[in-house]
Design a protein around this ligand. Structure first.
Ligand SMILES: [Zn+2]
Length: 99
């Protein structure tokens, strides 16, 4: 996994919203990449400060839908590289819990 991929997924990783396979790839990268590990620590500290300062707001259902669709498009090439050319709209990733 490359640094720019880790960078793009770090926020979701800290939210524990990524599939296990992807989360493990990121963890392995963080163990051997000081720059990304530093970014992860900084982001986590910032998130903790924000969480303490600002009450959480639930996203609207349409926001969650749009975000899930965009995330799915972004993740398919990483999870299924050989299917990159195929019709990816058939893939449904269990990224967000149904509620
Ligand atoms: Zn890195």
């Amino acid at each position: 996994m490359r640094c720019n991929t880790v960078h793009a997924l770090l926020d979701l990783h800290l939210e524990q919203q990524l599939p296990e396979e992807l989360a493990q790839q990121i963890e392995r990268h963080l163990m051997r990449c000081a720059a990304c590990a530093f970014e992860a620590r900084t982001l986590e500290q910032t998130r903790n400060l924000l969480r303490a300062a600002i009450p959480p707001v639930a996203p609207s259902p349409s926001f969650r839908e749009r975000a899930a669709a965009r995330l799915q498009d972004a993740l398919v090439p990483h999870l299924h590289p050989r299917l990159e050319q195929a019709d990816t709209r058939q893939w449904r990733l269990p990224l967000l819990p149904e509620d």
